[in-house]
Design a protein around this ligand. Structure first.
Ligand SMILES: Cc1cc2nc3c(=O)[nH]c(=O)nc-3n(C[C@H](O)[C@H](O)[C@H](O)COP(=O)(O)O)c2cc1C
Length: 732
């Protein structure tokens, strides 16, 4: 079955039963307190596991005129029904060791009575009981479909507890909590179903029939109760209830219920006259009751309370995710027919984010005056006037196609197509072993197809990186001679840029038109190397982010100027003692990994800035290996003072530099990594961390090189190390 069938079933079940689950959870939360409040009453006697039934009966018989019954409830409180010496009939808690009264048996509190009724039958008697039973069954089905979705998402049941990719708060905790709550929720649901089946008499008949002796000896001598072998050996904690003989007639017996069986016992001799074990379903019923109500155990009641809260959380996050998915999947309407369009954009998306990116691109094409058409990959067909096919696709399951792309391969085989150029943009996550696998498959299918010629090589986007997307759009625009202007709605979070920073010093421009600039915050702000400084020149512009190196409490930035770069030119125009307003954006995922003993830092160009701070602060002298790529020797001059000072202090263990334009043969940082493949493989094997900062092109090439190294030398996918937080990236 495909993932969407499971997801739709999961959603449908939730839609049908959510109101009842909310009611059952809220009342369940109240009811979870009943066993707790009962246990707080002080009627439990410590010696309950030592006192024998013989002792309790003897003591009671001495104090009261007649004893009718003894009951030990789920809280292990002992209740006796007696006639007092004054002839009054009373039922109360007793001390089983002395027979003394401990307190009156009070009625269930109103709140618990009310909650029980609502929880069991919605105050609708049999109809309500039926609804609740059915909803319990649906809840169980939801647990199963949910488990399947989690297993699929994690890449198989064996990876059940492997790290969950955190792309969205609600989705992340829906999955993380779901993994832990699966078993308790299934127990609550199944026991609920079982209790309902019992109420509707749908369980097999399990009434116990005792065989009474046909011939009874009449001249038997009465033995004292305190001498009864059975009563002496039975501890009161093993007994559920004892009904005393109705009369002193020899044919009336003690009727005793234990945890697993019922006994008829002679009141004259104490011998067992009949012994009947409970049927399996009777035992199952007892256990269902305990597991469903938490009766008698505070710990399980607390678990049940947590189950109720988590169900409310699942309903809230589940519906919030569905709404977001629906919003993401809102299709833009095409203003022209497919056969009139020159650019055909086809999308493969499961939860809609790829559609959001494709829509941005589509709208930019329309704004640029191009004839574009957008649709699902499944609706691939012939296009009469198209020049280019642009495919945006995510990957799902274990490297599979999203649901709206599953038919693409089939349609491609049977469709007669005019000659077309194509470009494939893959959306995926490096956390999964099959990174962007479906985009790779689509690219390969088009490569083999004679109607198609590639316009751009396959481009992969990790974790919906906006920066990577912008880079691809720039490349696409350049190769097609179209200037595209992407308009983002909420894509960049608004930063508060109201902290004052004073410029302490700055370098001149180097050969690459880059410079270093150092700021001192004028207010107390928290930051670390790896955090980002957000600068917004005017309110119309989106904020520009720069990676921070923290040097002696100051912020060090390495800035490359661009001809049309508003922010880089603004920074280039300021000098020592000038003030700027900016904001700190914490970037916790890119802080120095204190847990690692050895760190490899890979950067190109200005990406070195956070590493300058981390290296200068390495007072513990952890092993740090720097790999840096730049254009020429002069490109590095700006950084060598900080680096060689750190080297003298033994704060850095090795420096490896690749120059792309210093010699005839171009040498890039990924080439250095490839040359040191054995070292890199050992580093990862020994739990070392690799940090990457710089351009997205460099990041993609370095990741490819690392993937080759882990595949060939360690026979493992790079995603395994990513999942163990051994790869950290901050590229732009
Ligand atoms: C259950 C699940 C399985 C995934 N499997 C893969 C995978 O095998 N390879 C990959 O690169 N990305 C995988 N991803 C990541 C998605 O492809 C990525 O988040 C994508 O941006 C989602 O796009 P969409 O919202 O348009 O569906 C998976 C995500 C989920 C939730």
């Amino acid at each position: 079955m495909t993932i969407s069938v499971w997801r739709i079933s999961h959603l449908m079940l939730a839609l049908i039963s959510s109101i009842f689950i909310v009611l059952a959870s809220l009342t369940g939360m109240i009811l979870a307190f009943e066993p707790i409040s009962n246990q707080l009453k002080d009627y439990k006697v410590d010696a309950i596991n030592e006192v024998s039934l013989a002792t309790t009966i003897t003591k009671l018989s001495n104090i009261y005129e007649e004893v009718l019954s003894i009951e030990v409830d789920d809280n292990e409180f002992v209740i006796a029904s007696v006639f007092t010496k004054d002839g009054a009939s009373e039922t109360f808690y007793i001390n089983p060791e002395t027979g003394e009264k401990l307190g009156d048996v009070t009625e269930k509190a109103f709140i618990f009575k009310f909650a029980t009724n609502l929880h069991r039958s919605l105050f609708l008697k049999s109809t309500g009981r039926f609804i609740i039973g059915l909803v319990s069954f649906f809840l169980f089905l939801m647990a199963i479909t949910g488990a399947f979705l989690v297993a699929k998402r994690q890449g198989g049941i064996t990876r059940w507890f492997s790290k969950v990719v955190n792309e969205d708060f609600k989705q992340y905790y829906h999955v993380v909590l779901g993994r832990y709550m699966l078993i308790p929720i299934s127990i609550v649901a199944l026991t609920g179903v079982y209790l309902s089946l019992d109420k509707f008499n749908l369980l097999p008949e399990s009434e116990i029939k005792h065989s009474y002796p046909e011939v009874v000896e009449v001249d038997v001598v009465r033995t004292l109760i305190s001498e009864f072998e059975l009563f002496r050996s039975l501890k009161i904690s093993e007994v559920k209830s004892v009904e005393f003989p109705f009369s002193e007639d020899i044919e009336d017996y003690y009727f005793i219920k234990l945890v697993d069986k019922e006994l008829l016992v002679s009141q004259f001799t104490g011998d067992i006259v009949s012994e009947q074990p409970y049927a399996l379903n009777q035992m199952a019923l007892q256990w269902s009751f305990i597991l469903h109500t938490g009766s008698g155990t505070i710990v399980w009641s607390a678990v049940l309370f947590f189950v109720c809260i988590s169900l409310l959380f699942f309903i809230y996050t589940g519906f919030a995710m569905t709404l977001k998915r629906l919003k993401n999947n809102e299709k833009v309407s095409n203003s022209i027919m497919k056969d009139d369009a020159e650019y055909i954009i086809l999308v493969g998306s499961e939860t809609g984010t790829t559609y959001t990116f494709a829509t941005l691109f589509f709208k930019a094409l329309i704004t640029a005056g191009e004839k574009a058409f957008i649709s699902d990959l499944n609706s691939y067909t012939g296009y009469d006037n198209a020049k280019q096919l642009i495919i945006f696709t995510a990957t799902y399951g274990e490297g599979e196609a999203p649901t709206n792309a599953k038919q693409f391969g089939k349609h491609l085989d049977v469709t007669v197509q005019n000659k077309l150029e194509y470009a494939v943009l893959g959306f995926g996550s490096l956390m999964y072993p099959e990174y962007c696998k479906y985009a790779i498959v689509v690219d390969a299918l088009l490569q083999q197809h004679k109607a198609f010629t590639p316009k751009l090589p396959l481009f992969k986007i990790n974790n919906q990186s906006l920066e990577a997307f912008k880079l691809w759009v720039r490349q696409w625009g350049e190769s097609n001679g179209i200037v595209l202007d992407l308009t983002f709605r909420d894509s960049i979070k608004c930063q508060k840029n109201n902290t004052s920073f004073k410029v302490m010093e700055r370098s001149g421009l180097n050969v690459d038109r880059s410079f270093l600039i150092r700021f001192k915050p004028q207010q107390r702000v928290k930051f670390e190397s790896g955090d980002l400084l957000s600068i917004k020149i005017n309110s119309d512009e989106t904020a520009r982010l720069y990676s921070i190196g923290k040097l002696n409490g100051d912020i060090l930035l390495s800035v490359k100027t661009h001809d049309k770069g508003l922010c880089s030119n603004y920074l280039n125009d300021i000098n020592a003692n000038d003030m700027i307003k900016a904001g700190i954006q914490r970037n916790y995922d890119f802080h120095f990994p204190e847990y690692a003993d050895e760190v490899v830092m890979i950067a190109n160009g200005t990406g070195i800035a956070p590493f300058l701070g981390m290296i200068s602060d390495n007072k513990k002298k952890k092993k740090i290996h720097l790999f840096w790529g730049g254009r020429t020797k002069a490109s590095f001059d700006m950084y060598d003072k900080v680096i060689y000072q750190a080297f003298d202090k033994k704060y850095i263990s090795s420096i490896n530099i690749a120059y792309s334009q210093e010699q005839d043969e171009q040498n890039y940082v990924q080439d250095l990594i490839a040359q040191k493949d054995e070292f890199i493989a050992n580093h990862l094997k020994n739990e070392g961390v690799i940090m990457i900062c710089g351009s997205l092109e460099m990041q993609n090439s370095v990741l490819e090189t690392l993937q080759n190294i882990t595949n060939t030398r360690l026979k493992m996918s790079l995603s395994a190390f990513e999942n163990m937080e051994q790869i950290k990236m901050d590229c732009y």
